[in-house]
Structures are given as structure tokens and as C-alpha cells.
Write a protein that binds this ligand. Sequence first.
Ligand code: FAD
Length: 440
Amino acid sequence: MKNPWVAGTFWIVLYLVITLSPLLILLIHPAPEGRGFWIEFSAAFGYVGLAMMMLQFALTARFDAIAAPYGIDIVLQYHRYITQVAFALILAHPIILFFQDAEYLQLLNVFEAPWRARFAVISTISLILLVVTSLWREKLKLNYEVWRTTHGILAVATVALGLAHAFGVNYYLALPWKALLWILVALLAFGSLIYIRLIKPWLMTQKSYRVEAVVPQRGDIYTLVLRPQGHEGIRFLPGQFAWLTLDRSPYRIQEHPFSFSSNADRGDQVALTIKAVGDFTNTIKDVQPGTKAFLDGPHGAFTPDRFDCSGLVLIANGVGVTPMISILVTLAERGDHRPIRLIYANGSWDDVAFREDLEYLNKRLDSFTVTHVIKEPPEDWAGESGYADKDLLARHIPDDREGWRYFLCGSPRFLDEIEKALHELEVPPKYIHMEHFNLV
Ligand SMILES: Cc1cc2nc3c(=O)[nH]c(=O)nc-3n(C[C@H](O)[C@H](O)[C@H](O)COP(=O)(O)OP(=O)(O)OC[C@H]3O[C@@H](n4cnc5c(N)ncnc54)[C@H](O)[C@@H]3O)c2cc1C
């Protein structure tokens, strides 16, 4: 499916068919009798919620075909929000039952309740923990890797025990063909898990990289230059990113997403530019040349290559400039003649990464302007200072709002403010593209 609209629509329809199929199964003959509307209604909520939870595994398995029309970041955002819908549906299932008939409350007594009810209780507790630890991970001060491991275990527990409950009740799934349909969806879910945890890392071992150099930039930022080992390297679109695992093996849980900062058309030498902000990124400066590296990518839809446009406005702060550098280098190498404007915000002039590269790109690109915005500029600074706000943007974005595409990357607050300002300046939302450096 080459056309992204066709592919995008296909996946949405398939998603709806799979999540709503339990309702059809409930309705199709021979439907059970004698339980009353509210009990059937509550069962329907439970089944649809469970089907949605099972599909979460496919959404997070980074299948290229699924992510291609939307970008993996959108798919992961969807995964995050739709969990809350599945959560509400699954919780509604017992709550309706309890209101309908208080006798059902006895099923909460895990010491005396039958196993099918115990499975349901533990599955629901796992789901509650899963949602709480994901929504409030930072407030709970959960280390990312601890959270990720726990997240996987809780997700498997929620789905496996939810299924055990549905089969244990043996009401709707008593007929073999109905049971078979659920087994197929379960295979899809757990097959996706095996793919992302075992098959994909194995494929990555077949295409490893070595660190060729670690180039320090300003602002505690380092560029890792990687060379493919015994393969042609990676083809990506400028602006895309990959998950990086360093050293030993790609089976490690310690993998991090970084945008490419190099020429997208030269897969034989790729670069990632990384700011030291935490456990993993603080170690980048000490990585030794020769260290093994693995890339899972390319991913993402943040690229001008997907759109026809007469010019580009790139707006970044701090290390958010990384995908912009890849876009600029690639377009320069391709001899692209379109006008490009970069608005680049930093705390101080000494923190501005890629300063010299931008001067060089200025000479290479026909019609390229850089506007540095420095929050605390040096005394002799004649350029823009303070924050990049609506007035500043009005001075630097093109008067003609049509035809240009806007690419925004930076810290979450910066992105919110710039997006709002662009809306106020009547830039049509469909021309604005954003890369969030916080997927979760
Ligand atoms: C699409 C995308 C592109 C990115 N591109 C760049 C880039 O080009 N340069 C750059 O410096 N940074 C980039 N980042 C951010 C970078 O991934 C995080 O700064 C890094 O993972 C932090 O890891 P840490 O262990 O050093 O810090 P920690 O203190 O452990 O984490 C800081 C925060 O980073 C996020 N994070 C941590 N680990 C992961 C992970 N494995 N996967 C997803 N998020 C994680 C979490 O929100 C966490 O709260 C990008 C992020 C995304 C989602």
C-alpha cells in the first residue's frame, strides 16, 4: 500500500473491525438467553476493552507498515490515549454488574471466589497499576527503564488474565469458532511482543554499527558518528529518528530514540546528536570509538520529504535542532533551491550547537536564513533576544501563509507556545508538523 491515505484508512478500519468484533460475536446466533440487558451490556464493555488492550501489543511493536502512514510517534500517542478508553470500558464491566446485582460483589473476595473471578480481579489491578504508573511516571519518580520493564509485565498480566477470565466464564466463548477468533487475536498480540522483543533485536544484530567518533558540540551536546558493519547502512528521510542501543546486544531494555543529524541520503555514515540530560545520555561523552551500536529505524513522519511545499520554516530550541540539521544537510546535498528559514532559540550564545555548521550551510543553500534567538545574549548582541514569541515569529515567518511548511522541534513548553503563536498568526494547522522528544 504505497498511498499513505489508503494505508492509513485500511489500518483504522481493521482496528475498528477487530475491536468491535466481540460485539458481533455476542450478537450472532446462538446468543445466550435470560441474563437481561445490563449484564449483556456490561459483558460487551469488557470484551471490547479486552480486544483494545490486546491490540496495544501490535500498536507498540513498531511495525513499519502500521506506523508508515501516521509516524510511530502518532501511533504511540494513540496507544497512550486509547489505553484510557480501554481502561474505562474494562472498569465499567464490573461496575455495571455490581449495580445490577449486589451479589456480584462477592466475586471480589479472592479467597473464596472461583478462579475465573480471581483472574478478573488481578487483571483489573494490573491494569490500574499500568495506567497509574504511565500517567504519573514522572511524579512517582519512576526511572524510565524500571517503568518500561514493569509496563511490559503489567500489560502481559492484564491481557493474559483477562483472557483467562473470559474463557473461565465460558459463556460467550463456549462455541469453538468464537473461542478460535479470540485465540487468533491473542496470537496477534503475543506474536507482536515476540517480534519486538526477540525477532527485531535479532534482525538488528545482523546489521550492527561501530562508533567512529564522538564529536563534542556546544551546550553539553555530543554527536555520535556511526559506521555500518558489513552492510550498506540505513536509508532514512531527513527529520526521522531511530532507537539506539549501545554496546553488547540489542536485546537490552536500555534503548533510546534520537533523531538523525546527518545527510539522509548517505546511509554509510550516520550521525545522532545527543544532549546529556540523564543516566544514558550523560554517558555519551565517554563512549569509545569502536563501541558496538544498534539502530532500530528509521521511524517518524517528521520530514519535508512527505510533502509538496514551496518553502520551509524550521523552528527549534536547544537539541531540537538535530532533525533540522539533517533536513538542511540533506537538502543542501540535493541542491534544493527552495527558500528555508531557521528560527533557533537557545539560552546563551555559548550553548548554540552547530553554529559553524549553520554558517557553512548558509553558503551551500541558495536561500537560507538563520535567526538565532538568545534568551540571555552577550552585551554586543544585535540579533533577536528573549523568548521566541508571536511578535518575533511575525517578524520572521513568510507573509504568504500558503505553500510553506512549518517544522517544530524542541522542549514541550516551547512547542506549545510556538504552535499557539503560529495559530494566532493564521498559519493553517495542516502546515504545522511537530516532533516531540518525549514519547512517554
Ligand atoms: C522521537 C524522539 C527523538 C529524539 N531525538 C533526540 C535527539 O536527537 N537528541 C537528543 O538529545 N534527545 C532526543 N530525544 C530525547 C531522548 O530520547 C531522551 O533525552 C533520552 O532518551 C533520555 O535518556 P536518559 O536515560 O539519558 O535520561 P532519563 O533521565 O532516563 O530520561 C529523561 C526523559 O527522557 C525520556 N526517555 C528516557 N528514556 C527513554 C527511552 N528509552 N525512550 C523514550 N523516551 C525516553 C523520558 O521522558 C524521561 O523522562 C528524542 C526523543 C524522541 C521521542
